[in-house]
Design a protein around this ligand. Structure first.
Ligand code: ADP
Ligand code: MG
Length: 263
């Protein structure tokens, strides 16, 4: 889908993710201090900010891996949490089928082949037959460029290949939103591009995505909105062009300077 079309469709849609007053603390350490944010259908939201600013916690709250103390998250048409009350465990599991998550550390099942890593969720949770799940898994592996690795074990793969399997596995659940938490941070530099390329294809197909990353070229090229977090809050958000060329916050400027001069 071209960018203009995507924008029009987004403008017409209800938010896919609606966050109001989100507060999360670990003990008396406040980590998210009242976040308000909307993600529209097919938007790619790139979240940046210094280490410890709350980016992972923010994403983890969005699929119920963390329980916030306050505020509300509506996602995929359901209220995930409101004022500290979460969906039941069964409802959470149903929600997680619609909200895929990819972590820095791949988290593949080491004892299962690539194919079985991708089919286990659909077989157990979507109740697909083995044959149907495998047909779909082969198509997804082809999509991430790993058709030839179906029978390989995770330990034999490079980091970039593992991460592409992790993406295929998440897609096998037919998510409506995909959350990525620093998906390329654990990779050798020469393997980063192959993972970002898969993410670009997903974005172009209209997947709604929230992506925590330090890959600023990806943020510029693929992001519709860049969110800058610091100290547990969103300090500014806007189109990549604005954030990168004319940030309003001094903290954004110094963060970008630090990241962009690192390479
Ligand atoms: P980021 O992803 O931006 O680096 P995190 O969301 O991981 O930030 O962490 C934000 C803050 O919350 C940090 O100070 C971190 O130490 C703290 N934190 C994160 N997870 C936990 C936890 N499970 N228990 C206690 N503190 C945590
Ligand atoms: Mg993090």
């Amino acid at each position: 889908m071209n960018a203009a079309l995507k924008k029009i469709e987004s403008a017409a849609g209800e938010p896919m993710v609606r966050i109001r007053g989100l507060r999360k603390a670990f003990g008396d350490h406040v980590v998210l201090n009242g976040i308000d944010f909307d993600v529209l259908p097919s938007q790619v939201v790139v979240v940046i900010g210094p280490s410890g600013s709350g980016k992972s916690t923010f994403l983890r709250c969005c699929n119920g891996l963390e329980q916030p103390q306050g505020g509300q998250i509506d996602i995929c048409g359901r209220t995930l949490v409101r004022d500290g009350t979460m969906l039941s465990e069964a409802e959470l599991n149903a929600l997680r089928e619609e909200v895929g998550m990819v972590f820095q550390s791949f988290n593949l099942f080491p004892h299962l082949s690539v194919l079985d890593n991708v089919t286990v969720g659909p077989r157990m949770l979507r109740k697909l037959s083995r044959a149907a799940a495998e047909t779909e898994a082969h198509a997804l592996l082809a999509k991430v460029g790993l058709a030839h690795k179906a029978s390989a074990m995770p330990a034999s793969l490079s980091g970039g290949q593992k991460q592409r399997v992790a993406i295929a596995r998440a897609l096998a659940m037919h998510p409506r939103v995909m959350l990525f938490d620093e998906p390329t941070s654990a990779l050798d530099p020469e393997l980063v591009g192959e993972v970002l390329q898969v993410m670009k294809v997903l974005a172009a197909e209209g997947m709604t995505m929230m992506v925590v990353t330090h890959e600023m070229d990806f943020a510029r090229e693929v992001g519709d909105v860049v969110v800058v977090m610091d100290g547990g809050g969103i300090i500014e958000a806007g189109p990549p062009e604005t954030i990168f060329t004319a940030p309003t916050q001094e903290r954004t400027r110094s963060f970008l300077q630090a990241v962009l001069t690192r390479t």
